[in-house]
Design a protein around this ligand. Structure first.
Ligand code: UD1
Length: 358
């Protein structure tokens, strides 16, 4: 029996870890343990996802909480090291591109424990994004790289990583979406908000480049109000980082949005499922909307998930919100495609590879 330690820290890691823990039932030779760094800790950003996605309670809790990048990364490293020293772990699995991902990968690799990176190879080519720095570091110190789309393999090979370390497996976030799709479809979260299907859009914003400057955030919200089709409501579940900044914005402007708390997984995905379109700067939501063939307007200048714009339903519009109505007019969901291997089995493929490797 080999022990695999899966490390999570923040909300988007949880949907992906959930897929691995579901698949683990099919691999009796592997014992999956869970480490939670505590980078996210609020009930609505964390616990509710454990409950809904039936993720087991963490075997190890680091409780690092929020702080600057350096302090947060260092806190994870300091608290993770003694765990690896005292336990016999055969492989550490890190997920995504958050500070906890890079911190756990660094500690494990320096202690001679092999590291596998789930969601490897994505590149925005924008080093101003903290996540881009994390991705590059993690990929170059990992032993095994599990990719979600072909661009990931291309980026890694171009950067000199040996092809035999790279496995194209599909998307664990989409595994979880597929697994829960019936529940998501039938849950009428929109009725709680007195909304009708296709009468509203969903907005999420949390990138520092969009929300950390109050003037920039104000101008972006103003552009959204100006460019959404007449009669459309904008449901805006505000991330805690964004919520803090909204305090500096006039209520006149905010009244144009249906501002709600960060939503649990099922109600958020149900709101997305029944919406007419999505506005976001998230990475994962670009993928989820692509799977659902829902128009998604990404409020960023770049995406590390190019397959979603090349064959999916994602439009990279940055601040050009005037493009929304034109794109909506010509959008045809039947022409948008679901990327290769986004079939609900990525978690299984990852564990299949791991069980051969360890
Ligand atoms: C982090 C990740 C980002 C990911 C996002 C998903 C990094 C560098 N960033 O960004 O890649 O897309 O998570 O949400 O790792 N807060 C709470 N409750 C919580 C967590 C945070 O109130 O449970 C507040 C704190 O005030 C904190 C702020 O949100 O200062 C930002 O949290 P942090 O984890 O630093 O970064 P995110 O913006 O969430």
């Amino acid at each position: 029996m080999k022990t695999i330690l899966v490390c999570v820290g923040a909300r988007p890691n949880l949907m992906k870890a959930s897929s691995l823990f579901r698949a683990a039932a099919l691999f009796p030779n592997l014992r999956l343990e869970l480490l939670h760094t505590g980078q996210h800790y609020s009930t609505e950003m964390d616990k509710v996802f454990f409950d809904q996605l039936q993720i087991p309670n963490p075997d190890y809790q680091l409780n690092v909480g929020s702080s600057s990048h350096a302090v947060q990364t260092a806190d994870v490293m300091k608290k993770f090291e003694p765990i690896l020293l005292n336990k016999s772990i055969d492989m550490v699995v890190v997920i995504g591109d958050i500070n906890s991902t890079v911190a756990c990968a660094l500690v494990a690799q320096k202690m001679g424990v092999s590291v596998a990176h789930v969601e490897a190879g994505l590149r925005s080519f924008d080093m101003k994004m903290p996540e881009e720095i994390n991705r590059r570091v993690v990929d170059h110190i990992s032993d095994y790289l599990f990719t979600t789309e072909a661009s990931g393999n291309e980026n890694l090979v171009r950067e000199g990583i040996e092809p035999q370390k790279i496995f194209f497996v599909g998307n664990t976030m989409i595994d979880t979406l597929i697994h829960h799709l019936d529940q998501i479809r039938s849950l009428r979260a929109l009725e709680m908000l007195r909304l009708k299907p296709d009468s509203y859009s969903v907005l999420t914003l949390h990138r520092p480049s969009n929300v950390d400057d109050v003037q920039g955030l104000k101008s972006l919200l103003g552009l959204i109000v100006k460019n959404i089709p007449d009669g459309q409501k904008v449901v805006f579940p505000a991330h805690p980082r964004t919520k803090k900044m909204l305090e500096g914005i006039s209520t006149d402007l905010l009244q144009r949005f249906m501002l709600i708390e960060p939503q649990p997984y099922f109600s958020f995905m149900s709101l997305v499922y029944h919406s007419s379109f999505v506005l976001t700067d998230s990475g994962g939501i670009q993928e989820e909307t692509t799977y659902l063939k829902k128009p998604c307007f990404t409020l960023r200048a770049n995406t590390e998930r190019p397959v979603t714009t090349q064959i999916g339903s994602n439009f990279l519009i940055d601040k050009n919100l005037n493009l929304i109505s034109e794109k909506l007019k010509t959008f045809n969901g039947d022409k948008s495609q679901i990327p290769e291997l986004w079939d609900g089995k990525a978690g299984f493929r990852i564990l299949e590879h791991i069980s051969r490797i360890v």
